[in-house]
Design a protein around this ligand. Structure first.
Ligand code: C2E
Ligand code: CA
Ligand code: CA
Ligand code: CA
Length: 277
């Protein structure tokens, strides 16, 4: 932008290009990473509070780029979503999580579930239920072992189509969870109509315990139980938060207090300590 009459435009342009270039580079690198099977999953344990048992893991995508270093999913998931790469990435995540569960099952480590995060775009993929079926069958896994975490905000648009697909998934026995609950509460009216198993209280509310987070978490727990849904608190970092949630009747906890997300080998060791022991 050399000879441009509009001043602001000139100043604005180079920055825009830089950001665009960065996104395009990341997109190209992500495509390569998917082709080369270079992504990984980290597994964060979830504990049933009343029984003190490990009931599951959340699988979280990890990308350690050979030159750029570790790139956060908060950075690469949006890039995947805007480029369409979220479809192959989402399928890779489901396949990798099932492969891991099958490995654990072969070692006698079963009786818990693995949750994967699902993007809006994936719910518009009419082939998703068949893909999941085939993956579960190939790994000899019961559908109840797999849980899909869907963010609340994505249910707002196109709700009827989404609900239809969710019904098809749930009819197969796959568990459904609403992620980041409480951060987009305009969809609350849909809640009784959704085929759900679980609500996850967003970590921002848990972080506000003690304090403003108390009223909100207590209200979410009461509402979830009225709807016969299990409640998970995420982002639990300290004993004060844990104790508050326990007394409030929260079912499951997840967070650094119990464990950080673990590499597969670490997660296996964690299971040997907590499940098989
Ligand atoms: P999320 O689904 O809400 O996942 C929880 C995030 O909180 C994770 O960040 C996790 O590492 C972090 N976390 C867990 N315990 C604690 C804690 O005690 N304190 C704090 N401060 N943080 C905690 P992560 O792994 O960086 O993932 C960020 C987001 O990226 C996820 O948020 C999810 O929305 C998205 N994401 C990650 N993996 C996938 C994936 O495979 N597919 C899709 N579609 N999205 C993914
Ligand atoms: Ca999640
Ligand atoms: Ca969440
Ligand atoms: Ca989140």
């Amino acid at each position: 932008a050399k000879r441009n009459g509009r001043n602001g435009f000139e100043l604005f342009r180079p920055e825009m290009n830089q950001r665009n270039e960065q996104r395009l580079r990341l997109r190209a690198e992500l495509r390569k990473a998917l082709d080369h099977d270079a992504l990984e999953l980290a597994y964060q344990p979830q504990l049933a509070i009343a029984s003190d048992r490990v009931v599951g893991f959340e699988a979280l995508a990890r990308w350690n780029h050979p030159e750029l270093g570790p790139i956060s999913p908060a950075e690469f998931i949006p890039v995947a979503e805007e480029s369409g790469l979220i479809l192959p990435l989402g399928r890779w995540v489901i396949r990798a999580a099932c492969r891991q569960m099958a490995q654990w099952q072969a070692q006698g480590l079963a009786g818990f579930r693995v949750a994967v995060n699902v993007s809006a775009r994936q719910l518009r993929d009419a082939q998703l239920p068949e893909f999941i079926d085939a993956t579960l069958v190939a790994h000899r896994l019961a559908p109840e072992r797999l849980e899909l975490e869907i963010t609340e905000s994505l249910l707002l648009d196109n709700a009827e189509t989404h609900i239809a697909l969710l019904r098809r998934l749930r009819a197969r026995g796959i568990r459904l969870s609403i992620d980041d609950f409480g951060t987009g509460f305009s969809s609350m009216a849909y809640l009784p109509r959704l085929p759900l198993d679980q609500l996850k209280i967003d970590g921002s509310f848990v972080r506000a315990i003690p304090g403003d987070g108390e009223a909100i978490t207590t209200a979410i727990i009461a509402m979830a139980h009225h709807l016969r849904l299990e409640v998970v608190a995420e982002g639990v970092e300290d004993a004060v938060q844990f104790e508050y949630l326990r007394r409030a009747g929260c079912d499951v906890m997840q967070g650094y207090l119990l464990s950080r997300p673990l590499a597969p080998e670490q997660a296996t060791a964690f299971l040997h300590r907590h499940v098989a022991g």
